[in-house]
Design a protein around this ligand. Structure first.
Ligand code: FAD
Length: 296
């Protein structure tokens, strides 16, 4: 399969910003994925994956490399006994739906995470005391040199991070769940969604948490709120008036606006609390945050 050229990535991110990928492909099977990775390797092209783009900030100038979006078989979901087998591109919402239909509990926390199974592994996503590492048995990681099943330990899953190398693709994921009555699963999900709705912007374009929570009595959100940043705007991007660790796109934001807000937020957190906030959102393309004290 020959990748497409100059595909806009803004439509593949929840914030809705970012320029085009120089190359873009949607492999549907493991064979297609391997073939596409070899294609990139032969050309020395960098490779990255977009899941649902729900924790992704793409450079406005675009990305020089091959961007993959896993579809077809690589986004399918099946239940076998108490295991849920998902393609790396499968939305966690679909995984949760299938688990609930099979009366299997353990993935309820995923109702708060609008990403894919593969993106969830890469980020070790979690919410409400549940996280991917807690239910993951193993993930199939594919690179230009082949494929390997890795356990959570091998994947180096920690708070919102994994040890996946650049260009490695999570193609399949196995979750181990436990039998739970469907009504109980529904009740837990409804409660989690209500808590979420009460605390975070749920009807705006955002990319979830901007910064990881620091080792501090205050969360990143509370810290930025104390810095007076709720509602602070640069260009078309705004620090959410509801939750200061979210950035909203008010319609015409660029990634550069979001970066400028992040720079200001880090500067103020350092000044007021002596804390260097670390970004959770993943940056794609020629886009970087300067050190907390530096101005751009
Ligand atoms: C409203 C909202 C609420 C959120 N709440 C939470 C929350 O409670 N907890 C939480 O943890 N996160 C939360 N997030 C952030 C986000 O949903 C998670 O980080 C999620 O795991 C990202 O998955 P994704 O598929 O969208 O990945 P993307 O955002 O597309 O990509 C994120 C990173 O993963 C990589 N990646 C994606 N797919 C693969 C793959 N198959 N193989 C290898 N690498 C891959 C990308 O290259 C990138 O580096 C929230 C986001 C939003 C918008």
């Amino acid at each position: 399969m020959t990748p497409e050229q100059q595909v806009p990535l803004s439509r593949y991110t929840t914030l809705g910003t970012g320029g085009p990928a120089s190359w873009f492909a949607k492999p549907e099977t493991l064979d297609e994925l391997s073939e596409t990775l070899r294609w990139a390797d032969d050309r020395g092209a960098a490779v990255a994956v977009v899941g649902l783009g729900s924790n992704l900030l793409v450079a406005d100038e675009g990305v020089d490399g091959l961007i993959l979006k896993l579809t077809g078989e690589l986004a399918s979901v099946e239940v076998e006994g108490d295991c849920l087998l998902a393609g790396g591109g499968a939305p966690l919402a679909v995984c949760l739906h299938r688990a609930r239909a099979a009366a299997l509990g353990g993935l309820e926390f995923a109702c708060a995470i609008p990403g894919t199974a593969g993106g969830g592994v890469k980020m070790n996503a979690g919410a409400y005391d549940g996280w991917i590492a807690g239910v993951l048995v193993r993930a199939l990681v594919v690179g230009p040199d082949g494929a390997e099943w890795r356990t959570p330990d091998m994947l180096g899953l920690e708070y919102r991070r994994s040890a996946l190398a650049a260009g490695e693709v999570v193609a399949r994921v196995e979750f181990r769940l436990s039998p739970r009555p469907v009504e109980e699963i529904k009740t837990t999900v409804t409660e989690m969604q209500a808590r979420r709705k009460a605390a975070q912007p749920t009807n705006k374009r955002t990319f979830g948490s901007v910064f990881k929570n620091p080792d501090h009595e205050l969360t990143a959100g509370r810290m930025l709120e104390a810095c007076g940043l709720r509602g602070y705007r640069i260009g078309g991007a705004e620090i959410s008036p509801r939750h200061a660790n979210f950035i909203e796109n008010s319609g015409d934001a660029r990634s550069a606006d979001a970066i400028a807000l992040m720079v200001e937020a880090r500067r103020r957190a350092l000044e007021q609390f002596g804390v260097e906030l670390e970004h959770e959102v993943q940056l794609l393309g020629s886009i970087a945050l300067p050190a907390a004290g530096e101005r751009v």
